[in-house]
Design a protein around this ligand. Structure first.
Ligand SMILES: Cc1cc2nc3c(=O)[nH]c(=O)nc-3n(C[C@H](O)[C@H](O)[C@H](O)COP(=O)(O)OP(=O)(O)OC[C@H]3O[C@@H](n4cnc5c(N)ncnc54)[C@H](O)[C@@H]3O)c2cc1C
Length: 219
């Protein structure tokens, strides 16, 4: 996707709607229509705290940069280095497996629409036939946080049977560890509780074949 595409152009693209429902949900949560008509995908990323970033992190997006020539790097790396370069493209792979793949995207704000994010969480999960999690990618952003993947939490869940004990363990883990950044509007403790509730309810839903969405869901 071109970095200079507006969020509205991305949302109006049939290809994006068909192939990237998680990204569509993320982009639709940004600002109001008037903002999305002017705001670009590249600007949302380089701004550093854009609500598209957690979604792009779990989709393992790459960014294409121009500075004395073109270079490609994972978005996760770009977030660490923030090189001084023009962002020209965002590359997102096609989701290969169209079954048993679930996703989560939620922006939690102080009201339902047109609000800044307190915490934004995104996830992609692929289940094995025996209902264990084969692949899991989780990311968090929002507020003053630099968006990042929740790698330790992913490792706690991958390959394990989805028991109540595991979910309780993950809930406690999120509530006690990791770095979330509180704001005057929401303490770190509150953000942890929101994150724990959202992730555990997503993983719990996987046991019943429910996610926020499956890749073949229509929006
Ligand atoms: C009323 C309002 C509501 C908003 N709501 C949200 C929201 O809900 N969620 C959210 O995530 N954001 C929100 N924003 C913030 C912002 O408008 C969006 O993140 C938008 O996507 C930024 O894109 P832009 O093209 O306007 O970038 P700009 O604001 O013009 O640029 C942002 C930064 O990125 C740099 N930049 C832009 N494009 C590139 C590029 N291609 N390569 C290198 N550097 C670049 C600019 O120099 C600047 O430093 C909101 C803004 C307003 C005004």
């Amino acid at each position: 996707m071109g970095a200079f595409a507006t969020l509205a152009e991305c949302l109006n693209s049939k290809m994006v709607a068909q192939e990237q429902p998680l990204l569509v949900q993320a982009l639709a949560s940004i600002g109001a229509p008037a903002v999305r008509n002017r705001a670009t995908l590249g600007g949302n990323i380089v701004y550093g705290k854009g609500d598209s970033i957690p979604a792009l992190l779990v989709l393992e997006a790459n960014v294409v940069l121009y500075h004395d020539g073109l270079a490609t790097m994972p978005l996760s790396e770009w977030l660490q280095q923030k090189p001084n370069a023009l962002l020209t493209e965002v590359e997102i792979g096609k989701w290969p497996d169209m079954t048993q793949r679930f996703w989560l995207y939620e922006k939690v704000g102080r009201r339902e629409t047109f609000t800044a994010s307190l915490v934004t969480v995104a996830g992609v999960a692929v289940l094995d036939n025996d209902q264990t999690i084969k692949e899991l990618k989780l990311a968090v952003g929002g507020g003053e946080m630099v968006p990042h993947r929740l790698l330790e939490m992913e490792q706690r869940l991958i390959g394990k049977p989805l028991t109540n004990e595991l979910l309780a363990d993950v809930y406690q883990f999120i509530k006690q560890t990791g770095t979330l950044v509180g704001t005057p509007f929401a303490t770190e403790t509150y953000l942890r509780m929101v994150l724990a509730n959202r992730i555990v309810s997503f993983v719990d839903g996987l046991r019943g074949g429910r996610g926020d969405g499956k890749t073949n869901d229509s929006l």
